[in-house]
Design a protein around this ligand. Structure first.
Ligand SMILES: [Zn+2]
Length: 311
């Protein structure tokens, strides 16, 4: 999740340029992002508070300008599209339009042209077979739904929506809408998740969930109780969509450093180390939810530490 912090909101109200990102081909599967908003966000040490001062300098050549500009972390709100084998899959669905989000000025009553951008990328709502929410936060479930006649209905009429069960319990009525700490959580659940349940399109899963020969969902909790990663394999090539396990590449050499938005930082750290370890071993392309630039990095292990380069 990416709540707005302090007085940064004014700088961010401006709409970002479209900037088509070319994407990747993993075996038989085409993978590319459709960006809802992207730009310099909060200061890096606000986003990743425990980062040792100046730690970013060791990777400055990889970080500036794709991930870091003027001391601020560059982030993207985006959906990853996977197309191939007769199927179209969306991973995470951004913020959405017209949302009541009093706790977040960037998300509140946002109006953008995301669906037009998706169509320009060749994806019509009725083409989408599957929506994967890596977790339930307001910047990952927004376009699950859109407003029709004053109510919220699923944007993708023929899709199944895979939603982590642990997050559904935590952020839904069963968990008192995340304990009732933030009004935004209840509003988000009611406008972006509940309509998908009502239409019968929601599929809750826990642990691991095999989608098909290419795609496997796995729990990677910590950022939220139900946070997950989606592993893609095709013709021996591999990628892993890691959601908010990483918010900036600076966390790769410092996997102990969580973002300020992790609900259980220690558990998030363990999940991050495990997923990075395997990505390095198995040469998975690592695709987090919010990275700028191409949106993806390659990870390796050198002298006992993780290193990365932009993909
Ligand atoms: Zn997020």
């Amino acid at each position: 999740m990416l709540p707005i912090v302090g007085d940064m909101a004014d700088d961010m109200a401006e709409e970002s340029a479209e900037g088509r990102v070319p994407g990747f081909v993993i075996g038989d599967i085409e993978v590319f992002p459709v960006v809802e908003w992207a730009g310099p966000y909060v200061p890096l040490d606000t986003l990743v508070p425990d980062l040792p001062p100046q730690a970013w300098r060791q990777d400055e050549d990889q970080l500036v300008p794709d991930h870091l500009q003027g001391g601020r972390a560059v982030v993207a709100l985006q959906t990853w599209v996977l197309r191939g084998g007769g199927r179209t899959v969306l991973v995470d669905t951004g913020v959405g339009n017209g949302r009541e989000r009093p706790g977040n000025q960037l998300f509140h009553q946002r109006q953008g042209d995301f669906l037009e951008r998706l169509e320009r990328a060749g994806v019509r709502p009725e083409d989408v077979d599957l929506v994967v929410n890596t977790h339930i936060h307001g910047d990952h479930v927004g376009w699950n739904t859109h407003e029709v006649g004053g109510g919220w209905v699923p944007t993708f009429p023929d899709a199944r929506y895979l939603i982590p069960g642990a997050d559904d319990r935590h952020f839904g009525p069963e968990g008192g809408y995340a304990g009732g700490a933030r009004p935004d959580d209840r509003l988000m659940y009611e406008d972006s998740i509940a309509p998908v349940h009502r239409s019968g399109q929601a599929v809750l899963w826990d642990g691991t969930h095999r989608i098909d020969d290419h795609l496997l969902l796995e729990a990677a909790p910590g950022h939220t109780p139900g946070s997950s990663v989606l592993r893609l394999r095709s013709r021996g090539e591999r990628a892993v969509f890691v959601g908010d396990l990483l918010h900036s590449p600076v966390q790769i050499p410092h996997p102990e450093c969580g973002s300020r938005f992790c609900l259980d930082p220690r558990q998030a750290e363990l999940s991050r180390e495990r997923v990075l370890e395997r990505a390095a071993d198995e040469r998975e392309l690592v695709i987090p939810a919010h990275f700028g630039g191409s949106g993806a990095v390659r990870v390796a292990k050198k002298d006992g530490a993780f290193v990365f380069r932009n993909a």
